[in-house]
Design a protein around this ligand. Structure first.
Ligand code: GRF
Length: 225
């Protein structure tokens, strides 16, 4: 009987700018075996990003590449790309990384560059998205993991999680509810990538072998019939 060849753990790099709670979820996913991969490098464009401390605790190599030291966006991106190449990164995960990457960079990493966004794309791209969602009066928002394309906050969607927007929500309470779901779905998306289960077909992502057919219907608020 043929035996499937064992893949070596996927080499993952994570780009951050801040707290790094999604980085934490990915590190935990690797540590528990949910993700058959290892984080080989964490890059931050800010030296005070708390995520750097999280990475150090897990003995993961870190690099600070301060975007303010580069007059050209492209030069910053080239420095990031060089660090990623040196680390042998096979997948790059943006996790609260607050810099727009050049289309050259994005195209070079096409199909191996993921981002997480705290809204149900294509609704509410950009920043202050929880405030946007509340002001629009939507009943649901959520989080999206997607492949990165040159247009900001768009690209083939891998997985989304939905949360209700409650009547008394503030941007902060909604952000916290969404963040809890981000920590669930980002590791799952990376797991599927590492398992080779994501197929890009005509600009859409297909997840092979199930985990996709758990169909749910959500209604909020539940009024009288
Ligand atoms: C998350 O909401 C992420 O979706 C957005 O920035 C936030 C980063 O949080 N892009 P953290 O740094 O992972 O805690």
């Amino acid at each position: 009987m043929p035996v499937a060849p064992l893949r070596p753990p996927l080499r993952i790099a994570v780009l951050i700018s801040g707290g790094g709670s999604n980085l934490q979820a990915l590190m935990d996913g690797c540590a528990t075996g949910l993700i058959p991969g290892q984080i080989v490098l964490v890059i931050s464009n800010r030296s005070d990003a708390f995520g750097l401390e999280r990475a150090k605790k897990y003995q993961i190599p870190t690099r600070v590449i301060d975007h303010r030291l580069f007059s050209l966006r492209a030069s910053f991106d080239q420095m990031v790309a060089r660090a990623l190449e040196e680390a042998g990164a096979e997948l790059v995960c943006l996790a609260g990384f607050m810099r727009v990457l050049t289309s050259d960079f994005v195209q070079y990493y096409a199909g191996r560059l993921l981002n997480i966004h705290p809204a149900l794309l294509p609704a509410f791209p950009g920043i202050h998205v929880q405030r946007q969602a509340i002001e629009a009066g939507v009943r649901f928002s959520g989080a999206t993991v997607h492949f990165v394309v040159p247009e900001v906050d768009s690209g083939p969607i891998v997985i989304q999680a939905v949360v209700p927007v409650l009547a008394d929500d503030t941007p902060d309470t909604l952000a916290a509810r969404i963040l809890r779901q981000e920590h669930r779905i980002y590791p799952l998306a990376v797991r599927w990538f590492a398992q080779g289960r994501l197929r890009l077909e005509e600009g859409r992502v297909r997840v092979m072998d199930g985990e996709e057919d758990d169909l749910g219907v959500l209604v909020n608020p539940m009024g009288e019939a």
